[in-house]
Design a binder for this molecule. Sequence first.
Ligand SMILES: [Zn+2]
Ligand SMILES: [Zn+2]
Length: 299
Amino acid sequence: MAKQDNDTPPPLPEPLRVPVADSHTHLDMQDTTVEAALAKAASVGVTTLVQVGCDLAGSRWAADTAAAHAAVHAAVALHPNEAPRIVQGDPAEGGGGLRADRSRQAARTAGGDAALDDALAEIDALAARPEVRGVGETGLDYFRTGPEGTAAQQRSFRAHIEIAKRRGKALVIHDREAHDDVLRILREEGAPDRVVFHCYSGDAAMAETCAAAGYFMSFAGNVTFKNAQPLRDALAVAPPELVLVETDAPFLTPAPYRGRANAPYLIPFTLRAMAEVKGMTEDALASAVAANTARAFDY
Ligand SMILES: [Zn+2]
Ligand SMILES: [Zn+2]
């Protein structure tokens, strides 16, 4: 393949004939205005977006953006990598905070728990807003956060499950290298009626488990990657009525544009690759995905 210029946005794909939603995006991390992103996405048949907050500021922004744009729905949460930062007194400072020296960490834990409770109370209040259709992304991330953050992540995850159930919103799960604990905690707490595994990363056996529980599985651009056969095997067994598509933009740009910035208008590349895996026509899968996303987020 010719060498790509990674600063050049990928070209517009051929429009979908049946419009779908990007079930998980981060417009606040993309180098564009909301209006421009929505117009570009709509021009290729991506007519609805779920804007996902990862911290308090991002969650407020998601709710406000959804209130201002009919095509946008919001999900609000403290990301699993954010919860330990709050407990340790280093919110939004990045991974360095997690490596904070242990004595400092111990001294802060009591106050840190209260800080996490305060942050969760604000998420709860945001979750009551009508334009907020989901609580997430929450869950567990054992890849980015080390063992010192596990307790905070699990406490935060349990609290988000409770909020989603009480507010009647979808639970949006971020699960990175934590499949068994995510499924166990969902069982222990009792899952909300609607659960979405965002950027689904389990294997085919886990897809059967999710299907049996009625959990939605949202596939991102990495399903197109050459080395992602286990993910395609999972998609192959996932029931069509539980499959969603997402960008997780600006991350996980689908092939053949891996390495460039992702955006909602690139959904058609991922959806077409998924249709091939499912042995469905593009239109049939798009119809299913559109209906599934509306059901998952109750809009
Ligand atoms: Zn995530
Ligand atoms: Zn995300």
